[in-house]
Design a protein around this ligand. Structure first.
Ligand SMILES: [Zn+2]
Length: 431
């Protein structure tokens, strides 16, 4: 399968910050094969007239929990502990495979339509999530959120660890890396050292990544220091947790010592600005982490605490928050925010995407530059971060396959998903 995309302005996300008007991009199979301004010779299975739109790499949403889309707006207006204990946990206890499938599909529709081609997901029912992601056509790092509240632990028999090993055997590297399985500690505050040690060892042995919630709230961060005499980043380091490629979601309360350690170990921070604001968790020190050499990428977090999967919103928030809280409009540029949502996310997830260049995965999205909110365009990066919405996305190509175009989904039956959510999942969870 070969495709030629022409008549677009391509934002390459390369180190030279290239914005290429009149671009022609070709795709062979799952890879980008050429980028330039001259229309290449030869014939293509498919040609896409981009209509003068903006072509950019597909977005990387590096931290979410897709089935939680079913809980959009549920329990809003309550403090974190009350929200979790009285609303989210009782609903999660009613989830079953079919409801997770419906919630995941709903999330995937929203993600695809707003330009995401790769996610890092942390949840339960991961086999079902992997099946739905594969069918949707996008890429995912999937992590089985694992907690441990007892000292009685055996990695061989602990159910979540059994599930992890089955997931790795069945899915890790599936279809040339469409699915990667990451090891996962839900958080320092929801687990014990025996789990950290065992998962760190297993991840190192199997060359898996690691996905963890870290220092999201001040309480969590301070209580960890009280328990272990060190911050979550430093505590987990004692057990080898950061010795593999790792993503640490939130990092709102991390310290300069944490950043030095993260930079040394190559731990990526995932910034989730909308979720952090909505739950009153604070504003992550994105500028300081980047200055310390930490790779910082971007996520929406679950829709239950966002309440949207539109990563364009989080890009804008990321840039505005750093500028506003520092009284410095240049603190985090539009290009910086775009990098976080593309190439930095790709690095965090161990993936060859996030940039338009020959040899990279053909994960590409097109935005309608003729939309009123994108006129005029003095600077494409600025328009993408400060003016664009996910709804400006007109095409989503993941792994070389067009999976969405002009409101139409080619891999998911949206009407069936809506029916399944309305007639099965919502009645099951909410009565
Ligand atoms: Zn989360």
């Amino acid at each position: 399968m070969s495709t030629l995309i022409y008549n677009c302005t391509a934002v390459l996300m390369d180190e030279a910050h290239t914005v290429l008007p009149g671009a022609c991009v070709t795709v062979e199979g799952r890879k980008i094969s050429s980028v330039g301004t001259a229309r290449p010779d030869g014939s293509f299975d498919e040609t896409v007239d981009a209509g003068g739109g903006i072509l950019m790499p597909g977005l990387v949403n590096a931290h979410t929990h897709i089935p939680m889309t079913l809980m959009r707006g549920y329990g809003d207006g309550h403090a974190l502990q009350e929200w979790l204990n009285d609303y989210i946990f009782p609903v999660e206890a009613k989830l079953d495979d079919r409801a997770v499938r419906a919630g995941s599909d709903l999330a995937l529709c929203e993600l695809i339509a707003s330009g995401v081609t790769t996610i890092a997901d942390m949840y339960m029912f991961c086999d079902t999530i992997a099946q739905e992601v594969v069918a949707s056509g996008i890429n995912a790092n999937i992590a089985r959120g694992t907690t441990l509240f007892t000292d009685n632990f055996d990695f061989k028999t602990y159910p979540a660890c059994v599930e992890l090993r089955e997931l790795v055997d069945r899915w890790h590297g599936y279809q040339d890396g469409q699915i990667l399985i990451d090891a996962c500690i839900h958080g320092e505050y929801t687990s014990r050292p025996a789990l950290w040690e065992a998962l760190a060892q297993y991840a190192a042995d199997r060359k898996l990544g690691m996905h963890i919630h870290v220092s999201e709230t001040k309480t969590e961060h301070e209580e960890c220091k009280g328990r272990w005499g060190a911050t979550p980043i430093q505590t987990l380091d004692r057990y080898g947790v950061w010795d593999v490629r790792a993503i640490a979601a939130h990092c709102v309360w991390t310290t300069p010592e944490d950043w030095a350690l993260m930079a040394e170990k190559g731990v990526s921070a995932v910034h989730n600005p909308a979720s952090n604001l909505k739950l009153g968790s604070g504003v992550a020190p994105v500028v300081e982490m980047r200055q310390a050499g930490v790779n910082v990428c971007l996520g929406t977090d679950g829709v239950s605490s966002n309440n949207s999967h539109d990563l364009f919103e989080d890009m804008k928030l990321a840039a505005l928050l750093q500028a506003g809280t520092r009284c410095d409009p240049l603190a985090l540029s539009a290009w910086d925010a775009l990098e976080m949502a593309t190439v930095d996310g790709a690095r965090a997830l161990g993936r060859n995407t996030g940039r338009i260049e020959a040899g990279r995965d053909a994960d590409l999205i097109l935005l309608d530059a003729s939309a009123p909110n994108l006129i005029p365009c003095h600077n494409a990066a600025s328009n993408l971060v400060y003016a664009a919405h996910g709804s400006n996305v007109t095409m989503n190509m993941a792994r070389g396959q067009v999976i969405y175009k002009n409101g139409e989904f080619f891999t998911i039956d949206l009407e069936r998903v809506k029916r399944e959510v309305a007639e099965y999942a919502l009645p099951r969870l909410f009565g």
